[in-house]
Design a protein around this ligand. Structure first.
Ligand code: CUA
Length: 349
């Protein structure tokens, strides 16, 4: 595979023009340092030999050489000024995304990456798909501790901090995603992702905790070192409308099955029972079609709109007596909300 970018002894393959510029600058600094090292250490060795102690020779101090001293003080200013200029110019390039970039919201949490595409469509967890040859801007936030978004192949890394947004942009110019069975089958710098396609690794580069040492049986991330996501660079962007799990397609009531799946997988189960028992949130049993009494005295019947609002903006109307826990908003698609409604209906029959 001649087309794939090649890495060097020091650097992984570069998947963007920016990465190649960074490498060039890195190379210049590296070789400048090598030249200075060889020059300085070489001169030292030569002088050491030339002015070594010899019997019958006495040293004669030479005094000042003002011109020479000024020269070696001023001369380094030029390469240093160039280094500063080049570094700063690249920093500015990397900090300011071009107008009209493809915008993705990135949410980091212990221990996964969530990617939301334009229009609010959620991509699969730990999977970022971006168009090739187009600037992509990431607007990143964290739901818990400090994480750091790092793609070595693109030479971009930025901390993701709770309580503020950080941004980062890149323009990948190489397509990824070739079919694979193992990492060996992938081009250099890529690994074999969960879908059996080659991806660029997205690492978390900030230690963010580790209560367990291993991935759980479902292959989910359980600590900082496994907080790994897959980056796909594609010609044609897929649509991110979430789809029903396969096992539900054959179910008697596919939508209710999907709804129950969402209830489990989104963690609703943590606060809402389905058997009428009390918890941090109202039970879902008998909820559908019932009259809800809210904090502040208002009332409403639990219908589609009520369910929708309760998922997307849980704090808009809080059921009386449930103020101790603030439910965060969940971004579900319309179809997913319909599935939850279908599931709620089965709990009120
Ligand atoms: Cu997230 Cu380390």
């Amino acid at each position: 595979m001649n087309m794939d970018p090649q890495g060097t002894v020091q650097l992984p393959p570069a998947y963007s023009a920016y990465a190649r510029e960074v490498d060039e600058l890195y190379g210049s600094i590296f070789w400048l340092s090598v030249a200075l090292f060889v020059g300085i250490v070489g001169a030292m060795l030569v002088l050491l030999w030339r002015y070594r102690r010899r019997p019958g020779r006495k040293s004669k101090p030479t005094g000042h050489a003002t011109v020479l001293e000024i020269a070696w003080t001023v001369a380094p200013l030029f390469p240093l000024a160039w280094l500063f200029h080049a570094g700063f110019a690249h920093y500015v390039d990397g900090a300011v995304a071009p107008e009209g970039a493809y915008e993705v919201r990135v949410r980091a949490m212990q221990w996964s990456w969530e990617f939301e595409h334009p229009g609010g469509a959620l991509g699969p967890l730990n999977e970022l798909t971006v168009p090739v040859g187009e600037p992509v801007k990431l607007i990143m936030s964290s739901s818990d501790v400090i994480h750091s978004f790092f793609v070595p192949g693109l030479r971009v890394k930025r901390d993701v901090v709770p309580g503020m947004y950080t941004t980062l942009w890149f323009e990948a110019d190489q397509v990824t995603g070739g079919a694979c069975e193992s990492d060996d089958a992938c081009p250099e710098g890529q690994f074999c992702g969960r879908q059996g396609r080659c991806a660029l690794p997205i690492y978390c580069a900030e230690y963010c905790g580790a209560p367990q040492d291993i991935q759980d049986s479902a292959g989910r991330n359980t600590n900082h070192s496994t907080m790994l996501a897959e980056l796909y660079v594609v010609e044609e962007m897929p649509s991110f409308e979430p789809i029903m799990p396969e096992r539900c397609e054959a179910a008697e009531d596919p939508m209710a099955c999907w709804g129950e799946h969402l209830y489990q997988s989104n963690g609703c189960v943590g606060c809402h029972s389905v058997d009428g028992s009390s918890g941090p949130g109202p039970s879902w049993q008998g909820l559908w079609g019932s009259e809800r009494a809210f904090e502040g005295g208002e009332r409403a019947v639990a219908d589609e709109n009520y369910v929708r609002q309760s998922i997307l903006q849980p704090q808009a109307q809080v059921v009386e007596g449930y103020t101790s826990v603030n439910m965060p908003p969940y971004r579900l698609s319309d179809r997913q909300i319909e599935a939850i409604v279908a599931y709620l209906r089965t709990l009120s029959e």
